[in-house]
Design a protein around this ligand. Structure first.
Ligand SMILES: NC(=O)C1=CN([C@@H]2O[C@H](COP(=O)(O)OP(=O)(O)OC[C@H]3O[C@@H](n4cnc5c(N)ncnc54)[C@H](O)[C@@H]3O)[C@@H](O)[C@H]2O)C=CC1
Ligand SMILES: NCC(=O)COP(=O)(O)O
Length: 339
């Protein structure tokens, strides 16, 4: 098993989804999956009930974060956080939103206080949280807010990366409507995202000179302006600025031909102008292995690349692979001597 000096904090995520399932399945297979020590922040009674529903023999121990290392080999450590929640797979309930948010906040606080080495988030149902008044589009933006609130030396711009063994991608705009992308896509946002990506690929992932390939926004990267002007007027000047800083940058490239195997050999990370432009290829190529990792934060945060998958919750059919990969990646990022 991978050993870490400080445990990882795992958030509960949406209780009606597969987060509890993949957490339990991962702990049950902790040795074969080579998992680092982690604890769950959530309702211990609920997690015990979900374990029984799944027929998993997972003894739960209520602990404080610093006790997790001592008991992880025998128990799933749970730090009781938030309100009690019911075990109703697939049935989202607005009243659980508070517990979901409290778990994220407490996990980040644990890292801030040195009680956790990093945060691994379970999937949330964004629409369910919005209806309970949550104003952040997703974890990425919420974690950026928490970083800017609780850490000095900001401001921090959270950057979403989906990292898999065969493809690493970054969407430059994240959770916004497609119609709003051209307006949100400024030269400064592209430059700042490129800088953070290049820096974190060096410092966190060990690339000495990461090669970044940027998608164009429009078909054929605008076809010299005939199919849209942003490629020439916004993206190209931003890439020039990044080149002038010594960053290895190509683009803007026609996105439709960037993801076949030979094209992928030409770069280390593909940066897209909007969410689906790069998450579709990333999840198509590596759905079970890829990890959602937030760059640009003063702490480590990873997450499985998938969502709540309500139809699978409580059935035992959810695959824990991406969650397990998230735990392993968080351990290595928080302590590179881990492996
Ligand atoms: N990091 C997060 O918190 C994320 C949250 N979401 C949220 O999840 C909810 C559902 O989103 P969807 O687009 O339906 O995506 P989804 O990832 O939940 O499901 C897409 C498809 O993949 C399957 N699937 C997902 N995870 C699986 C696993 N571990 N094993 C086997 N099959 C799996 C599902 O059964 C479904 O067919 C939305 O509310 C969305 O906002 C989505 C992505 C990430
Ligand atoms: N499709 C991935 C995704 O939307 C995850 O978002 P976040 O909650 O990690 O910000």
């Amino acid at each position: 098993m991978v050993s870490v000096k400080t445990p990882l904090a795992v958030t509960c995520g949406e209780p009606a989804g597969i987060g509890p399932d993949i957490t339990l399945m991962s702990w049950a297979a902790r040795k074969t999956l080579s998992l680092p020590t982690f604890y769950l922040r959530g309702d211990p009674g609920f997690i015990g009930r979900r374990a029984r529903r799944l027929g998993l023999d997972v003894p739960v121990q209520v602990v404080e974060p610093e006790e997790a290392i001592g008991c992880f080999s025998k128990y799933l450590p749970v730090v009781a956080t938030g309100d009690p929640v019911d075990d109703r797979p697939g049935e989202e309930a607005e009243e659980t939103a508070h517990a979901v948010i409290a778990s994220i906040e407490a996990s980040v606080q644990d890292v801030r206080e040195g009680r956790a080495g990093g945060v691994v988030t379970n999937p949330i149902n964004k629409a369910a949280l919005y209806s309970a008044g949550f104003t952040y589009p997703g974890h990425t933006e919420f974690l950026g807010h928490l970083a800017n609130t609780h850490w000095p030396d900001g401001p921090y711009l959270p950057v979403m990366m989906i990292a898999g063994p065969e493809l690493m991608v970054v969407p430059i705009t994240i959770h916004i409507a497609l119609k709003d992308v051209p307006l949100a896509l400024t030269e400064d946002l592209i430059v700042e995202t490129g800088r953070i990506t290049a820096n974190d690929m060096k410092t966190r992932f060990g690339f000495s000179a990461p090669r970044l390939a940027f998608c164009g926004l429009n078909p054929h990267a605008g076809e010299n302006g005939a199919m849209g002007t942003e490629d020439q007027s916004v993206i190209a000047p931003a890439l020039e600025r990044l080149r002038s800083e010594g960053i290895d940058v190509t683009g803007p490239l026609p996105a439709d031909t960037m993801f076949h195997p030979q094209a992928r050999q030409q770069y280390d990370c593909a940066l897209g102008m909007y969410h689906d432009q790069v998450l579709v290829p990333a999840k198509t190529i590596g759905f079970d292995e890829s990890v959602n990792v937030t760059l640009g934060l003063p702490f480590v945060r990873t997450s499985p690349d998938h969502g709540t998958a309500y139809a699978l919750a409580g059935s035992g059919k959810a695959r824990p692979d991406s969650f397990a990969a998230s735990l392993r990646m968080a351990a290595v990022l928080s302590d590179p001597s881990t492996l």
